[in-house]
Design a protein around this ligand. Structure first.
Ligand SMILES: *Cc1c(COP(=O)(O)O)cnc(C)c1O
Length: 427
């Protein structure tokens, strides 16, 4: 719905019912779809007609919700996946194969880091990690003959660094490869990476898009801007005949706008089967209907909590790109003028003992390995996700033992701050 603003699209894009049809997106709870003739079905299998035949590949409920997310990001096509992990894997594996190389920001989600550095390495796909603050020269030096993609996160989880999307896109395009940006934390309400040069955008919809801690899911959006055919030698999967589809050349048949998502759906979804259930897509869409109303409140609460913590004598450091003291403040002003998200991280004097005492004393904020929920939650990496590491290893990884990550929810900020203040008194 190009003529409308993002808030209107959050509510209404993707599904426009006809006369007498359900107002809410119907949940098509069906594994399969019926046809009158084998010829009709054959056309679907040959990608000669569009339609549905099996929910492992595509489902109408998912497609309504994916179309909304494509609109929100300003892309030409999108698909839902079973998780954010599946979205990032599909986005990369759609253009990488054994022998390919990826350039990725080192400041990314731990799950994605493992996916690229360990699991995809076993598939023969190499990676070079670059600092999110690398200079143009350093970025250019990371590319190789076999580089097929560049990857980063708009706001990294949990480091909360802000990606210089234009700089990364320039380096990627100078080497004839697309920039893939995981836009989970800001959501398209606060940043639309395609407008800054990103070619593919991914999401863990599990986070703010759902926003209620109800359903795990992911999404991939194609900007429709990357010219695969201009770099056909690098992307044979898109630019040469697919024998499993009677010799279709995706980039020819579906153009820049449709090739990437069509290939990911018809090949990767067919073979890996990591589709989002239509039930989860329905729940995701309920979240999307209020995304533009919720994000400003998450930002308001994050900013208020960050400002409170920054002045507190028991806090040694606060990471939040909305603070003037934050090293990413300038980049955030450019890419996130309305704020980034509700996730704040901070160090408490006294290391892991102090962090544990503090979190135990919190009454509103729950201890969870989750972020971006309507309910405030927090985590001390040193005693949970990173508990196998010593204090020295933690320090080297930039995760001090006393670091707490807090995801500010939608509660009243006065109550959140009062809760944090009373818990700090216990430390
Ligand atoms: C959570 C997260 C993921 C992984 O998503 P899941 O839905 O948990 O699989 C990927 N990227 C970022 C930035 C995340 O925060």
């Amino acid at each position: 719905m190009k003529d409308y603003s993002i808030g209107t699209n959050c509510v209404q894009a993707g599904y426009r019912p006809g006369n007498g049809e359900p107002r809410q997106v119907p949940i098509i709870q069906s594994t399969t779809f019926k046809y009158d003739t084998s010829e009709d079905m054959g056309k679907l299998f040959d990608l000669e007609a569009s339609g549905y035949f099996y929910t492992r590949l595509q489902n109408p409920t998912n497609d309504h919700v994916a179309a909304k997310i494509a609109d929100l990001e300003g892309g030409t096509a999108a698909m839902l996946t079973s998780s954010g992990q599946a979205a990032n894997f599909f986005a990369l594996f759609n253009i990488c194969e054994c022998g390919s190389h990826i350039v990725a920001s080192s400041s990314i989600y731990g799950g994605t880091f493992n996916l690229i550095a360990v699991t995809m390495a076993k598939m023969g796909i190499e990676v070079t990690f670059v600092s999110p603050t690398a200079s143009e020269e350093e970025l250019n030096a990371a590319f190789k003959e076999n580089t097929r993609a560049m990857f980063g996160e708009t706001i990294a989880n949990p480091a909360l660094t802000v990606l210089d999307i234009e700089k990364f896109a320039k380096a990627a395009h100078a080497h004839g490869v697309p920039l893939i940006v995981d836009n989970t934390f800001p959501t398209p309400v606060n940043c639309r990476p395609i407008e800054w040069g990103a070619d593919i955008v991914t999401h863990s919809t599990t986070k703010y898009m759902d926003g209620h801690g109800a359903g795990v899911g992911g999404a991939i959006v194609d900007s429709g801007k990357f010219d695969w055919m201009a770099h056909a030698d690098k992307f044979p999967g898109l630019c040469t005949p697919d024998e499993s589809y009677h010799g279709i050349v995706y980039a020819e048949k579906f153009g820049k706008e449709g090739a990437f998502i069509t290939k990911a759906t018809s090949q990767l979804m067919r073979d890996f089967g990591s589709i989002q259930s239509p039930q989860n897509a329905f729940i995701l869409n309920l979240g999307l209907e209020s995304l533009h109303v919720r994000m400003p409140r998450h930002v308001e609460n994050g900013q208020a909590v960050a400002e409170f913590l920054e002045k507190h004598p028991k806090i040694t450091k606060v990471n939040y790109s909305g603070l003037k003291s934050d090293p990413y403040y300038e980049l955030a002003q450019k890419y996130l003028p309305n704020g980034g998200c509700g996730v704040v991280s901070f160090e408490i004097k006294g290391g892991r003992d102090a962090a544990q005492k503090f979190m135990k004393a919190l009454k509103l904020a729950a201890i969870e390995t989750h972020v971006a929920d309507a309910r405030t939650c927090c985590l001390n990496p040193a005693t949970s996700t990173h508990r196998q590491m010593s204090d020295e290893q933690l320090a080297a990884a930039g995760i001090p033992a006393g670091l707490v990550r807090m995801s500010c929810g939608l509660e009243d900020k006065k109550d959140l701050i009062a809760d944090i203040a009373q818990a700090l008194e216990n430390v």
